[in-house]
Design a protein around this ligand. Sequence first.
Ligand code: SF4
Length: 193
Amino acid sequence: MTTAAPIRLGISSCLLGQTVRFDGGHKRDGFLSDTFGRFVEWVPVCPEVEAGFGTPREAMRLLNDDGRLRLVTTRGAVDLTDTMVRFARGRVERLDQERLCGYVLKKDSPSCGMARVKVYDKNNVPARTGQGLFATALRARYPFLPIEEEGRLVDPRIRDNFVERVFAYRRVMDLFAVPGRSARWCTSTPPTS
Ligand code: SF4
């Protein structure tokens, strides 16, 4: 009898209690670590640490620079956009080997936030219209991957829906794991023919 491979999900490292935040802290989520974590295998990623920004580091935020979204440090206004974009593209490409069935992102982060991340204008006025730069690369590379934020998963309906999508995604991956069938459509843009 063969044992089914574990369901693997990507996750923002700080949600598992890893001390990777800008202030050296974490944002451990009890439900994800202790409950959901019993049924899945996490693949943690901290884009800001892996991109080489270090811990602790200066906090950063998204800036609307005449319509261009920039990732800048809050005090020194160091522009980290190009470094993060380059890193994110390469990192999400390498995630292809992890056979992920879903991803849980840290809300409000200028790197990981999935939606409603604050974007500041030149007058320092924030609008909740942004998406973290790593999250943007992730969603572009895997448009069908179930992705949620930990903040939304406190809602039982959203949580149940996410779990269902993860298991459905896994079933499709298993289906296309048959030799000769391509699963490329479930990790990237669907084929046109
Ligand atoms: S939100 Fe993302 S970038 Fe920020 S500490 Fe957590 S994993 Fe790292």
